[in-house]
Design a binder for this molecule. Structure first.
Ligand SMILES: Nc1nc2c(ncn2[C@@H]2O[C@H](COP(=O)(O)OP(=O)(O)OP(=O)(O)O)[C@@H](O)[C@H]2O)c(=O)[nH]1
Ligand SMILES: [Zn+2]
Length: 204
């Protein structure tokens, strides 16, 4: 498991400003998925900020308002451009069940099931993500002590189990809208996500 290629990638941030990212691909990844990493700004050498972003084509590419993935991705890119950090873009669409199954889960949610029960009804676990590949990527980048940007305690736990020292966590913003309220509430109630419920309730 090693870095395969590093390229410069100019990107336009949400506020219209330009940033230069370093993009890494990898060889020998255990799960054979095309995960990649982006480095922005000048990361803290001791405890670099790291975000594990799980692929969400609907949110990341289309701006879907059913979830909070799009704004979280933009937030991390802008923040890391200022403060320095690494974004690992993990090919774990639909919490690991894939896009088509996620769309089937959306259909079940339209019938009244929450985001986690919908997975169970389709014969999946509530969350099928595994972060071993993320730990391997962090090792390949020489990052074994990190500050993790997440609200999801499972990400921290799995990284620590894989030998990464998580010095602390930093929450993401609360990106609520009228389409994703139930989704965010379910994450708090069913998966112990550390999302500020007061902030959620004050948003439309
Ligand atoms: N199965 C399923 N996956 C979903 C659904 N909505 C979003 N996702 C996927 O969930 C993943 C993002 O996970 P989240 O649970 O929103 O958040 P997280 O990454 O665990 O936590 P944070 O680090 O705090 O953002 C992406 O892969 C999305 O495609 C859904 O209703 N069903
Ligand atoms: Zn999403």
């Amino acid at each position: 498991m090693a870095i395969r290629t590093t390229v410069q990638l100019p990107i336009i941030l949400a506020d219209g400003s330009e940033a230069m990212a370093e993009m890494y691909s990898f060889s020998g990844l255990a799960d054979d998925k095309e995960h990649f990493a982006l480095k922005l700004g000048s990361p803290d050498p001791q405890h670099p900020l790291v975000r594990l972003h799980s692929e969400c084509v609907t949110g990341d590419a289309l701006g879907s308002a059913r979830c909070d993935c799009g704004p979280q991705l933009q937030e991390a890119l802008s923040l890391f451009n200022k403060e320095g950090g690494y974004l690992l873009y993990l090919r774990q669409e639909g919490r690991g069940i894939g896009l088509y199954e996620k769309l089937d889960a959306y259909r079940l949610q339209e019938q009244g099931h929450d985001t986690f029960t919908a997975n169970l009804k389709l014969g999946h676990n509530v969350d099928e993500r595994d972060y071993q590949a993320a730990a391997d990527i962090l090792n390949a980048l020489g990052l074994n002590q990190i500050m993790l940007m997440t609200n999801n305690p499972d990400k921290r736990q799995q990284l620590e189990n894989a030998g990464i020292q998580v010095h602390g966590t930093r929450p993401t913003g609360v990106f609520a809208n009228r389409h994703n309220h139930l989704y965010l509430q379910s994450k708090i109630q069913r998966a112990n996500h550390q999302i500020n419920i007061d902030e959620l309730l004050t948003k439309p």
